[in-house]
Design a protein around this ligand. Structure first.
Ligand code: SAM
Length: 216
């Protein structure tokens, strides 16, 4: 098992696994590997843009074992649950605005003590600004037309030197425009505000998606 650049995350051939902080409890029925009492859960780059970016060669995420992370677009918690294993001594603020999926997320957060569910619209950070702290990383995976605007608004929570990670779905920004043109426009827009330190297109794992890493 080889280490990867993400904490508590390993690789066996093409399989990526995180060290489960709740051994014996697998919330998404993931394939797993056991070594004594330690359990590793497989995370699929086809379902996780963070892992797709890593497999595509992204060199920095700014995620450490004790990181505080604001995760926008947490959904049922698939990638967030693995991120919570990565940051076993950190905190993960999980923002999601769809009530039905947030119900699942709340059950997950009851088991994973470093995850905090927040039912709110990421487009309105004032709604949750009093419920979170300054963070080391802002991660966003939200398929909205104004994804970039939402991301930039939420960088207000990022500490100096922190990292912003944006998984961008081109088809949500504009359904007809060539995704590569959108990626270029987004790069330009981000560079007006922050320093772009890495960029990957996520195909074949995530069609028409790109991943941007910025530093504050
Ligand atoms: C692609 S899914 C996220 C998948 C998740 N990141 C993962 O890897 O397991 C996008 C989620 O963003 C949520 N979302 C979309 N717009 C949002 C907004 N403005 N505020 C909060 N959540 C939003 C959707 O309800 C959906 O659950």
């Amino acid at each position: 098992m080889d280490k990867t650049i993400l904490p508590n995350t390993f690789q066996i051939k093409k399989r990526i696994l995180t060290k489960n902080i709740t051994p014996g409890k697998r919330f998404f029925d993931e394939p797993y590997v056991k070594e004594g009492d330690v359990e590793y859960l497989e995370i699929n780059p086809g379902q996780s843009k963070l892992i797709a970016a890593m497999v595509k060669g992204c060199k920095q995420f700014g995620i450490h074992e004790d990181s505080k992370i604001l995760y926008l677009g947490a959904s049922h918690g698939y990638t967030p649950s693995h991120v919570s294993s990565m940051i076993s001594s950190g905190w993960l603020f999980c923002v999601e605005f769809a009530p039905v999926v947030t119900r699942d997320l709340v059950f997950l957060c009851e088991e994973r003590k470093n995850m905090i569910p927040i039912l709110a619209d990421a487009n309105k950070p004032d709604e949750y600004k009093d419920r979170i702290t300054e963070v080391d990383v802002v991660f966003q995976d939200i398929a909205q037309r104004n994804q970039v605007e939402i991301f930039l608004k939420n960088l207000q929570f990022l500490k100096k030197g922190g990292f912003g990670l944006l998984a961008l779905k081109a088809r949500s920004v504009d359904v007809v425009k060539n995704p590569k043109v959108i990626f270029k426009e987004v790069r330009k827009e981000l560079e007006k505000h922050v320093t772009l330190v890495d960029y990957r297109e996520l195909a074949p794992f995530q069609k028409d998606h790109a991943f941007f890493v910025v530093k504050n």
